[in-house]
Design a protein around this ligand. Structure first.
Ligand code: SAH
Length: 220
């Protein structure tokens, strides 16, 4: 007799929040609520679904990855969203981070350089009923000026430097979170806050992201 394996994704998702996020000081209730709700397993390839709620990134095709749940949570928390904001994401990838942002913010704009990843993400997001997430294919190092300025910007790929175009598209008082190269010392997740015409940058933690490739990123 063959046994079919059924996985209780709801249980795994609840455990992810309790074991991976809360002990590492993710504390914003809106962020935790979004993680309890968004079905991460829908954003990973079929054969990796059983690992979707584990404490690490997973491959999603095109040599790209869906980030570790904790890293998505930390970046989201850095934006200090209260609800209703306009947010820009660079690097749609699977669409998971966009979905988390879409649960909290008003409108989410997300740019991806690979068309097939953007198409796949759009499909999953619309099948889950998100109407406030807008995706386009292009070079996200230049931002998405049409809908600027943004209350928050999340870059989910590692940059050589902070792209000037993104800082320009940030509202006064807004936050940009981005992994930035530290020479031989890996990448630092960096929080850039815009205050009038000036900015203040602070390091959050060490991190490892796939490269941000584009005009104000790494060369092809
Ligand atoms: N936020 C994603 C993680 C994606 S990994 C998720 O939740 O799954 C980073 C993504 O950034 C990759 O899909 C990569 O193709 C994309 N990327 C890299 N450089 C880019 C650029 N200049 N513009 C837009 N997307 C870029």
């Amino acid at each position: 007799m063959r046994h079919s394996i059924s996985i209780d994704f709801d249980k795994l998702r609840a455990a992810m929040v309790i074991e991976q996020l809360i002990p590492r000081n993710i504390s914003e209730s809106k962020v935790l609520e979004a993680f309890r709700k968004v079905p991460r397993h829908e954003f990973v390839p079929q054969e990796l679904r059983q690992n979707a709620y584990n404490d690490y990134p997973l491959p999603i095709g095109e040599n790209q990855t869906i980030s570790q749940p904790y890293m998505v949570a930390l970046m989201t928390e850095c934006l200090k969203l209260k609800g209703g904001e306009k947010v820009l994401e660079i690097g749609t990838g699977s669409g998971y981070q966009a979905a988390i942002l879409g649960e909290i913010a008003g409108e989410v704009y997300s740019v991806e350089r690979f068309k097939d990843l953007a198409d796949k993400a759009s499909k999953v997001l619309s099948s889950l009923g998100y109407k406030n997430i807008h995706i386009k294919v292009g070079d996200g190092t230049l931002g998405w000026s049409e809908f600027a300025p943004y209350d928050g910007i999340v870059v989910t790929a590692g940059a050589p430097d902070i792209p000037e175009s993104l800082v320009k598209q940030l509202k006064d008082g807004g936050s940009l979170v981005i992994p930035v190269d530290r020479g031989g010392f890996g990448q630092a997740l960096t929080l850039v806050e815009r205050i009038g015409r000036t900015t203040r940058a602070s390091d959050i933690c060490a991190c490892t992201f796939v490269p941000l490739v584009g005009k104000e990123g790494w060369p092809e």
